[in-house]
Ligand binder design. Structure first.
Ligand code: PMP
Length: 897
């Protein structure tokens, strides 16, 4: 404030914003991220400042090094350049600045990612941490170089590129986003620099690193240890669950207890170790050597299984989560009334210990720690067990309480399960556990009570005490699974509610619900969808249907469909190859072939199935399919089914396609290029001439999906062939749907007679599926007849497309790559949240349009997608453009991101 500020940056000049702070501000442009020019850039800055009269030959009072760079991605895919750029910008730039301004105190802005870690920012975290290290080295009593670690700056370019849901997750993690004004007012003015400028007195603490931000997560304490396990180890051999050596839960308890001691969470002494929520995700099965990776992060303890790298496979498989738990600070064991109430007496066990170990359990000699079975009641069991020693088991020790006594106590639960439930069982969860250390070879009394039991589970409490009554361990909520004689299959493999896809979907739906905006999915539409529809009894403008030329609901179409149902019934009741063929099928196929100027066509019962079965059937593992990256799912599924090699090329980049063809064409038998006539997300038209030229040059097939171009572009609405004046015979495979302009449901393939006959006799989705219904067949015939007779519908649609685009553009609305030439018009909002809010706001103002959200598109490409119809009037379209503009401006003001 009131000082002289020179801002160095590579982006936009903040101009007045700096001056408004009350400083005499100047802006110099430089880029410190390029290693080749870094030295020159810093030298130029230094020269500019020494020539500046404002500094009158003295060095600046402070220098703030705040540059950042965002190139997030998995470490493996970042590449050396991204790593080098971050290092140059953070570390090398600081070194050069410190050399160029040897007496100026420097504040280097670090990153919270370096302090606390952040997924996908390894290169940035590393660079920032290296910078903090360098700052400590550069800092001298005469000149402070200090790192300050901030949360992300709300209004920075970097933060703007982080998707909203990630920002939300970071906030939940405790990351404080610094808001610009708040940041400047609360932090900039209070920066520690003045207080910390060193006098250099011996013993003075120089704050070389400061972490700012109220809610930043507490420092992470992470301990990791790898324990190699081998099936030859005696204790694993003696714990072979279902015949497979498996780490007992009791060993996991011991590992957690050792961590509690070692890390000082529960130092040895009177305090007992406290473990909570010990949960099994997947057993640690040791059929071959594996590593159990123990990890303690603050209080969160986990065990992962890491498979050692297989020969010839340098990449390790991802570690699998086996157990998790929380380790709480040590606390005294409960006593008296605080103990679980477990009876001490009961009837003697009808099952002898010898019989139990011989016939009813899988435990081998090293694991046999029950010394006597005591009483067994309806809900409880008692007995005595002994503690073992690490030496006996041949593992590193010493043990705290040791797994033998715990496992043996749990074996008593198995005795109970055998006697009372007729089945074996094993523990899978422990809600709470406390224990103190006990020397090897101690005899302990064990008491277990089962508080509830479901068909396949039991839950109980357990107490271990010395023979003279000193409590040594108390467990609550021990859950066991009763072993059945059934096949053992992980539950997620036969339950939909545990399916990862379901879990992902339900979380997304919950998140959408949490925004408080009504769901844009599965809205129920009443009546015929034309320019308007009724939703919950209310008439609204409709922009989310494909009734492009308004023929669904057209009286002639409806009348002829009704007659076709009278003439041929509601179903053809068979595959066409069997007895499902009707004359109207031929009528329709001839009309389609004629419209495209090709020999023949074949209709299928769904557009999606048309692509899947045609591509899946015509191509195979020796073939290559090259496709635009924005291709529709149906094509993608067909490619997968075919087993062909698949390579996408960047959207509408025929040069990139040409490069792929140069490299790859000779290596494959048949090659297919697939594009769409009009792209369903962006509404742009494909560069058909370029693809025709490439297909000829490289001797490939070309397929064009005309779902969104047929009925929309070309003088008569006959799609890209008409639009570009390219004969239909130049394209090998035409595909289109009946569900859009043709007011029906189904799909077609058109092309040479050979192609069509081949498909007609061999394509599975055609020959093994019932023929197109009479109603659907006639709807498409009638639509084609009307299009041929009354070209005004297509013309009106095309006028609407141009008009709506012009209106949007005039209002500054972002329509992406659309150019007003097709009936698909995206309105890009820039993030999913705004897209969702905007579609909701439009519905409130009588406009129905679908949002397209992350992950269907990148978050910054989130949009509303308008489908126009010839039925819309200019008034309706003009109104819609105005409302979009108003509502989007309001939303951006009210909900800044
Ligand atoms: N191809 C494209 C490009 C599409 O957009 C669609 C559906 N929107 C289909 C194929 C599938 O057509 P249908 O909905 O008629 O099954």
């Amino acid at each position: 404030r009131g000082g002289q500020v020179t801002l160095l940056g590579s982006r936009t000049d903040p101009g007045d914003a700096l001056a408004a702070l009350g400083a005499a501000a100047r802006y110099l442009r430089a880029d410190l991220s390029d290693p080749a020019t870094l030295a020159a850039q810093v030298a130029a800055l230094s020269a500019a400042l020494s020539a500046d009269p404002a500094y009158a030959g003295r060095p600046p009072a402070r220098l703030i090094h705040a540059a950042g760079v965002l190139a997030d991605g998995p470490a493996g895919s970042l590449g050396a350049d991204a790593v080098r750029r971050a290092q140059t910008l953070k570390v090398d730039a600081l070194r050069h600045l410190a050399a160029a301004f040897p007496r100026t105190p420097i504040i280097a802005i670090g990153s919270y990612a370096a302090r606390f870690g952040n997924a996908l920012q390894t290169e940035y975290a590393a660079a920032n941490e290296a910078m903090a290290f360098l700052a400590r080295q550069l800092s001298t009593p005469a000149r402070l170089v200090q790192t300050q670690v901030w949360g992300p700056w709300e209004s920075s370019d970097m933060v703007a590129r982080v998707p909203l849901h990630l920002r939300r997750a970071m906030r939940e993690d405790g990351v404080l986003f610094v808001e610009e004004q708040q940041g400047i007012a609360a932090h900039l003015s209070a920066w520690a620099i003045d207080a910390a400028i060193p006098g250099g007195a011996p013993g003075q603490i120089v704050l070389s690193e400061i972490v700012l931000g109220l809610d930043l997560p507490a420092a992470r304490r992470v301990y990791v240890e790898d324990i190699p396990l081998d099936p030859a180890m005696g204790w694993l051999r003696d714990h072979a669950l279902f015949g497979r050596p498996t780490v007992p839960m009791a060993m996991v308890v011991e590992w957690a207890a050792q961590y509690a001691r070692l890390t000082g969470l529960a130092p040895a002494g009177p305090g007992a170790v406290q473990i909570r929520d010990l949960t099994l995700y997947e057993g640690v099965v040791v059929e071959q050597p594996v590593i159990a990776r123990l990890r303690l992060e603050n209080e969160r303890f986990s065990v992962h299984v890491v498979a050692p790298p297989a020969p010839g496979q340098p990449d390790q498989a991802a570690p699998k989560l086996a157990w998790t738990a929380r380790i709480l600070p040590g606390a005294p064991l409960p006593s008296g009334d605080d103990l679980p109430q477990i009876p001490d007496s009961g009837d003697p066990s009808p099952l002898s210990l010898a019989d139990f170990y011989a016939k009813h359990t899988f435990h081998g000699p090293l694991l046999r720690g029950i010394t006597a079975i005591g009483a067994v009641g309806e809900g409880h069991v008692t007995g005595t067990v002994r503690t073992g020693s690490a030496d006996d088991w041949g593992v590193s020790g010493p043990w705290t309480l040791g797994p033998l006594a715990i496992d043996s106590a749990l074996q008593l639960a198995a005795v109970w399960a055998r006697l009372r439930r007729g089945r074996g069982g094993f523990p899978v969860r422990l809600a709470s556990w406390q224990q103190r250390d006990v020397p090897p070879g101690t005899a302990l009394r064990a008491r277990l009570a089962f508080t509830s039991a479901r068909a396949d589970r039991f839950t109980g409490d357990l107490i271990l005490e010395t023979l003279d009554g000193q409590i040594v361990a108390v467990g609550r909520g021990v859950e066991g699974e009763l072993r059945s004689d059934e096949l053992q299959i992980p539950e997620e493999h036969f339950r939909f509610d545990l399916n990862p896809a379901w879990i992902d979907l339900s979380q997304r739906l919950e998140m959408a619900e949490a925004t408080g905006v009504r769901s844009p999915y599965f809205k129920v539409i009443e009546g015929v969808a034309r320019d308007t529809v009724r939703i919950q009894g209310r008439e609204v403008l409709h922009f989310s249907g494909y009734n492009y030329v308004g023929l669904s609901g057209h009286p002639e179409v409806t009348r002829r469909v009704q007659q076709a149902v009278v003439d041929y019934g509601t179903s053809v009741s068979a595959s066409r190859v069997a007895s499902g063929e009707r004359p109207i099928h031929h009528d329709l196929e001839q009309r389609i072939a004629a419209a495209l100027g090709v020999e023949a066509a074949l209709v299928f019962t769904a557009g999606h199935a048309t692509n899947v079965t045609t591509i899946g059937h015509l191509f195979g593992p020796k073939d290559l399919i090259l496709h635009d990256e924005l291709i529709h799912d149906s094509i993608f599924q067909g490619m997968r089914l075919s087993g062909a090699t698949r390579r996408p090329f960047p959207h509408e980049d025929s040069k990139a396609l040409a490069r792929l063809l140069e490299q790859l064409r000779p290596r494959f038998e048949r090659v297919l290029i697939v594009v769409e006539g009009v792209y369903s997300m962006d509404g742009d038209i494909c560069d058909l001439p370029a693809y025709v030229a490439l297909k000829k040059k490289h001797k490939t097939f070309l397929m064009v999906d005309e779902a969104h171009s047929f009925g929309v572009i070309g003088k008569n609405g006959y799609g890209v062939t008409e639009h570009f004046g390219i004969p239909g015979t130049e394209i090998d495979i035409w595909m289109g749907t009946l569900s859009k302009s043709l007011s029906s449901c189904g799909g077609y393939i058109a092309g040479s007679q050979t192609l069509i006959t081949l498909l007609k006799y061999t394509a599975p989705g055609f020959i093994f599926s019932a023929g197109l219904t009479p109603a659907n067949t006639m709807a498409a015939i009638a639509a084609l007849d009307i299009m041929a007779r009354e070209p005004q519908h297509v013309r009106k649609l095309q006028d609407n497309c141009a008009f709506f685009y012009k209106e949007c553009q005039a209002l500054g609305i972002d329509n992406g790559p659309a150019r007003g030439e097709s009936a698909v018009v995206p309105v890009i909002t820039g993030n999913s949240y705004h897209a969702l809010l905007l579609s909701d706001a439009l519905l409130n103002r009588g406009i129905n349009v679908q949002p397209i959200l992350y992950p269907a598109v990148a978050d910054n490409a989130a949009r509303l997608r308008f489908f126009l119809s010839s039925l819309h009037s200019f008034e309706q379209l003009g109104y819609t453009a105005r409302v979009i503009h108003e509502e989007l401006s309001r939303i951006r003001l009210e909900f800044p991101v």
